[in-house]
Design a binder for this molecule. Structure first.
Ligand code: NAP
Length: 244
């Protein structure tokens, strides 16, 4: 029986690694992206080369109509949605709070917070047995910065991930009896293109592990939470960081 997984931000970074790894776990993968057609196509080609089924769907997760179309397309092309990973995200604007332009914070809130809400709603609408679904698993990407605070650097980003933490915890309770598990993964510093040039090289060696994490290392935790091996895990917030 087919099981479809929606991965927002599946074209690059952590979402890309989740998309590739999901094939080995029996998922058909809906690879979402916003503008990078080439990387999304490459991701789908890699999945197909590994014997999996996948479709690339451009959609701006900050737009409700795009997210609805994303889930509808996934269902039409791949079948019932049993899993959703919300990996799309941005970090900017950087800087001290006193210097930040409010207008520049709005896209961050749209993409990191509002999108997480819409993606979660669309996932629950398809997974809930009360609405014709058959349960499922949702993983939301937060960050250790919601705990660390981002002072001097990225407080809006840290605050946006604090909202994701609350969403994951609240939703996990609301849908617990519906056979829907909801978990949050909070990575530390991970070597992806979300990082400003040079940050991984500069800060990685100063971390307790002596290096930044790899996106594949985060993907493994996400894939475990999606899987039946985590059948009694919901409402968790798993830090994929190293003693920090
Ligand atoms: P990344 O390498 O920059 O990839 C970002 C992905 O999100 C891309 O696939 C991008 O699509 C997509 N995206 C961005 N805006 C979008 C939008 N409006 N609609 C749809 N897709 C959109 O980022 P990453 O490092 O994998 O981060 C993934 C998640 O982990 C984020 O939520 C991030 O906050 C979180 N995280 C990352 C780190 C880290 O150190 N890397 C640490 C903690 C938390 P395109 O390819 O089309 O641009």
């Amino acid at each position: 029986m087919s099981k479809a997984l929606v991965v927002t931000g599946g074209s690059r970074g952590i979402g890309h690694c989740v998309s590739l790894g999901a094939v080995g776990e029996g998922w058909d993968v809906c690879v979402n992206y916003v503008r990078n057609d080439e990387r999304a196509r490459e991701t789908v080609a890699q999945i197909e080369a590994a014997g999996g089924r996948a479709v690339a769907v451009p959609a701006d997760v900050a737009k409700e109509e795009d997210v609805i179309r994303l889930f509808e397309t996934c269902e039409q092309k791949l079948g019932p949605v049993k899993g959703a990973v919300n990996s799309a995200g941005i970090v900017e604007p950087y800087g001290l709070m006193e210097d930040l332009d409010y207008q520049k914070m709005l896209p961050l809130i749209d993409i990191n917070v509002n999108a997480a809400l819409i993606v979660s709603r669309e996932a629950v609408r398809r997974m809930s047995p009360r609405l014709g679904g058959d349960g499922g698993s949702i993983v939301l990407l937060s960050s250790v910065s919601s705990r660390l605070g981002g002072a001097g650097y990225c407080i809006p980003y840290a605050a946006s991930k604090g909202a994701v933490d609350a969403l994951g915890w609240g939703l996990s309770q609301e849908v617990a009896r519906d056979g829907i598990r909801v978990n949050v993964v909070s990575p530390g510093l991970i070597d992806t293109e979300i990082q400003p040039v040079g940050r991984v090289e500069k800060d990685g060696p100063n971390l307790p592990a002596g290096r930044a994490g790899r996106p594949e290392e985060v993907a493994k935790a996400i894939l475990w939470l999606l899987s039946e091996d985590a059948s009694y895990v919901s409402g968790s917030n798993l830090a994929v960081s190293y003693a920090r």
